[in-house]
Every structure is written in structure tokens, then in C-alpha cells.
Design a protein around this ligand. Structure first.
Ligand code: SF4
Ligand code: SF4
Length: 109
């Protein structure tokens, strides 16, 4: 089993992953295999806290064609993540990496 692992702690909400996916698959504007949502809530001392949460949708195909072509061995979103907070690979490897992450989100396909 393969999948994606995001350390949401370091996601800046830059949307590069969503744009890279859209370009890779030639999707129309607004369609992407990953959506990044923003959560604003009162944090410490009631100061506003903003967290970002990338979510891989059902149309995410883990960039099978891109990887089969040999363009790259990682998906477009992983390659283009500005914060380098998305990992791709075997579930076993990702589960081990989770141990050292603050806010991991694992997606196994
Ligand atoms: S793995 Fe590929 S298809 Fe899935 S969200 Fe990332 S770029 Fe899109
Ligand atoms: S490219 Fe990386 S840092 Fe930017 S929104 Fe996507 S997951 Fe977050």
C-alpha cells in the first residue's frame, strides 16, 4: 500500500500542492486532487490561531501516470510543496515517519 503523509504543523497554506496537481492533470480551475482548508480559532491567550489542513480528495490518483512516465518518482504535490511537508511512499515508511511529526495526517490509497 502506498500513500501520502502531511505534517500539518508546517503547512503554510500556500496552495502550491493544489496548483501543481491541477497543472499536472490539466484540470480546470478549482479542480484538484488536494484541497487546503484554513481553520481560524482562539489559541493561547485567546489570540487567533490559524491552521492549514491539506485534504486529499477522491480524485487523487497518487500521480500514477506521472510516476509511470518516469517524469519524477514523487507526485507533483510532493515535488512542489514549498514547506516540504508532504511525504510519499510505502505505508510502512510513512507510519515510521509519523512518529517524529507534530500534526501528521496519513492518507493511504
Ligand atoms: S498525489 Fe498527485 S493526484 Fe494526488 S493530490 Fe498530489 S498531485 Fe494530485
Ligand atoms: S504546498 Fe505544502 S505548504 Fe503549501 S499548502 Fe500544500 S501542503 Fe501546505
Amino acid at each position: 500500500m502506498i500513500g501520502l503523509l502531511v505534517d500539518q504543523e508546517y503547512c503554510t497554506g500556500c496552495q502550491s500542492c493544489a496548483i501543481a496537481c491541477q497543472q499536472e492533470h490539466k484540470y480546470p480551475s478549482g479542480k484538484s486532487g488536494v484541497r487546503v482548508t484554513e481553520h481560524i480559532y482562539p489559541g493561547k491567550d485567546d489570540k487567533p490561531q490559524v491552521d492549514f489542513e491539506p485534504f486529499f480528495t477522491t480524485i487523487c490518483d497518487l500521480c500514477r501516470e506521472r510516476r509511470a512516465k518516469g517524469t519524477d518518482d514523487v507526485p507533483a504535490c510532493v515535488h512542489n510543496c514549498q514547506a516540504k511537508c508532504i511525504e510519499f511512499g510505502e505505508a510502512e515508511k510513512l507510519i515510521k515517519l509519523m512518529e517524529n511529526m507534530k500534526r501528521p495526517a496519513l492518507y493511504i490509497k
